[in-house]
Design a protein. Structure first.
Length: 320
């Protein structure tokens, strides 16, 4: 491994709003990075060209033979083997051969995977998963993303669809999810769904300081507002967190039973609620997971934050 230490890899985190491109050393340290606006209204060719130009700028001062490759993390349906973005709802792309395009101009090995997988890979290598071999990551944001690492490898499934943790059914006749199904974990734990659940309760006439915290405009309710309300011991907010943590726990208990992971790493904005969500989550996991697997698993907070994606993407080259 000695020769690897003076090497770098390029990570690209291709999001619907921003693109982050970073030069990362093989210990997971970012040496240099640039964040640009995605300009999602432009076509794929333009955006890919912008990425290529920025990669070239970023590696300008580095000796070519020090760069081992380029890795891309992008939201949506990714065909890892073909190097294609099959469908990106944020960018409105279909069947874009992004790996081929970048390879053509950069003359380096290029790999792509979905954003949740690369973020999980970053946490596994250099973040909260360091030292473990079987790791599951759950990102609690607008949606509920997931990544699965088994024996040190990203588990993608037969067609790249693995890791959709947010769509575990936690309630058989439950709330409608964006995927079209009912009762998915995401339909309870995703930030917009937490807000909807809150609004529904307020509309039944429940008294709560939440209404005052958002000055009457209920669309402004966020998990952060509910954290604040819970701080003031607001009954509705406390109950909503209790329920959210419980549904998360139901989903995670299944993962514990199926994968017997060493670690489950929880990240994303909704996780900032801390104990409000983690206490009922842990309680539910303890009630529902089988003792043998429960004994092995540590449930921890993500460490790398926003940078997990770009670091993990850069390290895709190592995983190949
Ligand atoms: Zn769903």
């Amino acid at each position: 491994m000695g020769w690897l230490m003076s090497k770098y890899s390029v990570g690209v985190d291709l999001g619907g709003t921003n693109i982050t491109i970073a030069l990362v050393d093989l210990k997971g340290k970012i040496k240099n990075k640039v964040k640009i606006s995605t300009q999602a209204d432009k076509d794929a060719r333009y955006i890919i060209q912008t990425i290529i130009e920025n990669i070239k700028l970023l590696i300008r001062d580095i000796n070519c033979n020090q760069i081992i490759g380029i890795g891309i993390g992008a939201a949506g349906q990714i065909d890892h083997a073909k190097g294609m973005i099959q469908f990106s709802p944020n960018l409105h792309w279909r069947n874009i051969p992004i790996v081929k395009e970048i390879k053509k101009e950069c003359k380096l090995p290029v790999f792509i995977d979905n954003d949740a997988n690369v973020a999980c890979y970053g946490e596994y290598l250099f973040g909260a998963g360091k030292g473990a071999q079987s790791v599951i990551c759950v990102t609690l944001g607008t949606g509920v993303g997931g990544g699965i690492i088994i024996d040190g490898k990203i588990y993608r499934g037969a067609g790249g669809g693995a890791g959709e943790i947010g769509h575990i059914t936690v309630e058989s006749k439950g709330r409608k999810c964006n995927c079209g199904n009912h009762g998915c974990m995401e339909a309870y734990v995703g930030a917009p769904h937490i807000r909807e659940r809150c609004i529904e309760r307020l509309k039944t006439g429940e008294k709560s300081i939440i209404t005052r915290l958002v000055e009457g405009s209920l669309s402004k309710i966020t998990p952060k507002v509910l954290e604040e309300a819970a701080f003031y011991k607001d009954a509705l907010a406390l109950e909503l967190w209790q329920e959210t943590g419980m549904y998360l726990g139901i989903g995670l208990a299944s993962l514990v039973n199926i994968f017997n992971p060493e670690k489950i790493i929880i990240g994303g904005g909704v996780a900032n609620a801390g104990k409000l969500i983690s206490d009922p989550m842990m309680k539910t996991i303890k009630e529902r997971a089988l003792a043998v697997s429960l004994h092995d698993v540590k449930i921890v907070r993500a460490k790398l934050g926003e940078e997990a994606g770009v670091i993990g993407a850069a390290m895709l080259v190592l995983s190949e």
